[in-house]
Write a protein that binds this ligand. Structure first.
Ligand code: TYD
Length: 211
């Protein structure tokens, strides 16, 4: 019998939007539906990727280097973890993916869309998330949520203009692919967001059991 390919779900948003709060919950919701789930993150998700993450979040570097390292970590993650899991029928829930490179390196760092597209074409020309949840939040609220929580990393310490470019790029990505993206107003209560996510997950699970 042929195994049905797993679904690939990604969570995105500006720093402080609170997506991490919902990750474990989403994975658990799927498991309750009897779906095998791999919960992972970028940059990271593999031993090499986690080492690259440490460097990426702490070490100043040229913008091109940053984009290349993000995609190096991503390539390792795809080849050793994500692609085999999807092929086995496991659903992959990933905290950030290539949309973050468009938003942070392409727009935030102003590297431009074309170079990120070229890397995407090289590393994963045929794979896109089936669903992307974009946690959207204004600068003031995002900053409020971040302060005092822990030491801020290299991206979280960026200024308001960087934040605005990153958020704008996410809006544009969502506008370009409305059927892949679900934009979530992250200023809502955790319960209200979970209701929204639960409905979406149930729908995805139903549509995949039909296909
Ligand atoms: P994040 O999910 O925010 O981790 P945490 O919640 O533990 O802080 O991800 C770490 C940072 O990496 C985040 O600020 C965005 C950045 N990032 C990029 O700049 N480009 C990328 O391609 C990815 C995947 C992440």
């Amino acid at each position: 019998m042929k195994t049905t390919r797993g679904r690939f779900l990604t969570l995105e948003g500006v720093d402080g939007a609170g997506k991490s709060t919902h990750l474990e919950w989403a994975a658990e919701h799927l498991r309750q539906l009897g779906i095998p789930v791999l919960l992972t993150r970028e940059p990271g998700g593999t031993p090499l990727g986690e080492r690259l993450r440490e460097i990426l979040l702490s070490t100043p570097m040229a913008l091109e280097t940053e984009a290349l390292l993000m995609f190096a970590a991503r390539c390792e993650h795809l080849r050793t973890t994500i692609e085999p899991a999807l092929a086995q029928g496991t659903w992959v829930v990933c905290d950030r993916f290539t949309d973050a490179s468009f938003a942070y390196q392409g727009a935030g760092r102003e590297l431009g869309t074309a170079r990120i597209k070229a890397l995407q074409q090289w590393v994963h020309p045929n794979l896109q998330p089936d669903r992307t949840w974009l946690f959207d939040l204004d600068l003031g609220t995002a900053r409020q949520r971040m302060t005092g929580s822990r030491d801020l990393d290299r991206f979280e310490r960026e200024d308001a203009a960087f934040f605005t470019r990153t958020r704008g790029a996410y809006h544009q990505l969502a506008q370009n692919e409305p059927s892949r993206f679900l934009v979530i107003d992250a200023s809502q209560s955790i319960e209200a967001i979970r209701d929204e996510l639960g409905v979406d997950l149930d729908r995805l699970a139903r549509s995949s059991s039909i296909s």
